[in-house]
Design a binder for this molecule. Structure first.
Ligand code: FEO
Length: 392
């Protein structure tokens, strides 16, 4: 992409990565992503906010061909998809000062071997003048690393938020045009990396609330011209009560667990409980993470393999434990051949979840009438718990 104009003095640089399908060798990117950097030309000084993933370094350097001087480079976040091109930028503009939080400074030195004298660390709330433009730096820790901050451009009321409010979308649109698509991608992104820090993100949202914001410019995905759209969504994700939803990740080897899961899904639906079902043999874990944002209950469906849960089920339990969703109830269903410790093993894998464990339903071999009745009882208990707690 060429540099794109947000207004006469503010430009969106960076790259659209249409082909990237995995982030951190873990997170699926079904819609690709973008690495947005921003250039602000003040009457006296020029600032570059963030860079791009090193794989797209040449594209950013080409966009800066006609920019003879950069005075400040702002690093909001030390992760390499935004910081990885900093060494090349600092080489091109040797007099530029690298602005970061003190914590980010240490991380950038560790990760990229940037030399100490390049840095100008800023305090929370500190401002830097570009002449007729003022950058205000606001610490917003844990979105999603401890060193993260955002920049508020006072005169234009633009918030440059880096990962905060971002979405993994590859598109030519500079601004949000398809709100539904962006909502889903932003929620997926929130679920994958920010959900574990819900309470801190809530404080960050409260901290930003007094600032007038006309536009939010994240470092992934399109720019929000209606900031309330994404701020309201974040407030809902961090503060809203769980919904009347069961997330049911499962895996089945010889169909017994599948029969149980299907009966439980039908029983829950019959009682008015929504179910998000994920076959772990084929599922997109990003979608599973996204479903966990709203779920009141998690039920894991697994056969017993080598005396414990199927590795796919263990993976789902590990993921849920790491993401710390706000679910309130959990249960386990599945089939075993001759014995094992599936329930104990899975229960021991979720210490971070503050859930009430509902009586698991395990059966030996094929499920029979008594097992189907037990699943119906589990569905009734879940529906009752959701109703008692007012989850709708
Ligand atoms: Fe987009 Fe945490 O990096």
């Amino acid at each position: 992409m060429f540099a794109r104009k947000i207004n006469d003095r503010v430009f969106c640089l960076g790259a659209v990565d249409w082909d990237r399908r995995l982030f951190d060798a873990l997170i699926p990117l079904p819609d690709g992503t973008s690495y947005n950097a921003y250039l602000i030309k003040g009457s006296e000084k020029t600032a570059l906010l963030d860079t791009v993933d090193p794989s797209r370094m040449d594209e950013l350097i080409a966009q800066l061909e006609d920019v003879p001087k950069i005075d400040f480079v702002v690093s909001h976040h030390a992760e390499q998809d935004h910081s990885g091109t900093l060494p090349r930028i600092l080489e091109k503009y040797p007099d530029a000062k690298l602005i970061s939080t003190p914590k980010a400074k240490g991380m950038l030195i560790d990760l990229l071997e940037i030399s100490d004298e390049k840095f100008m660390t800023v305090e929370d709330g500190q401002t830097v003048s570009l002449g007729d433009k003022t950058l205000k730096f606001i610490y917003t820790p844990w979105v999603h690393w401890p060193e993260t901050m955002v920049t508020w451009l006072e005169e234009d009321k633009i918030l440059f938020s880096c990962d905060f409010f971002g979405s993994h979308i590859a598109a030519t649109d500079l601004f949000v045009t398809d709100a539904c698509r962006v909502y889903e991608a932003a929620k997926r992104y929130f679920a994958e990396i920010m959900m574990p820090f819900r309470s801190i993100i809530k404080k960050n949202l409260e901290k930003l609330a007094p600032y007038p914001i006309d536009m939010i410019a994240p470092s992934h995905g399109p720019i929000y011209q209606e900031p309330a759209f994404i701020i309201d969504a974040y407030n809902d994700w961090v503060s809203g009560p769980p919904r009347n939803i069961v997330v049911l990740p499962y895996v089945s080897m010889h169909q017994s667990t599948k029969l149980m899961v299907e009966h439980l899904v039908a029983s829950l639906a019959d009682k008015g409980v929504r179910v998000e079902l994920f076959n772990l043999a084929v599922t997109d874990i990003g979608k599973l993470a996204m479903a966990l944002v709203d779920a009141a209950t998690i039920v894991v469906g697994t056969p017993t393999v080598l005396a414990g849960p199927h590795p796919y089920a263990a993976y789902a339990a590990f993921l849920a434990n790491a993401l710390r969703p706000d679910a309130r109830f959990l249960s386990i269903v599945g089939s075993y051949g001759w014995g094992g410790k599936t329930v104990d093993t899975l229960a021991g894998m979720i210490p971070n979840l503050k859930v009430e464990v509902l009586e698991p339903v395990l059966c030996k071999g094929q499920p029979r009438e008594k097992d189907f009745r037990a699943l119906e009882t589990l569905a009734a208990i879940i529906a009752q718990k959701h109703a008692e707690n007012g989850f709708t």
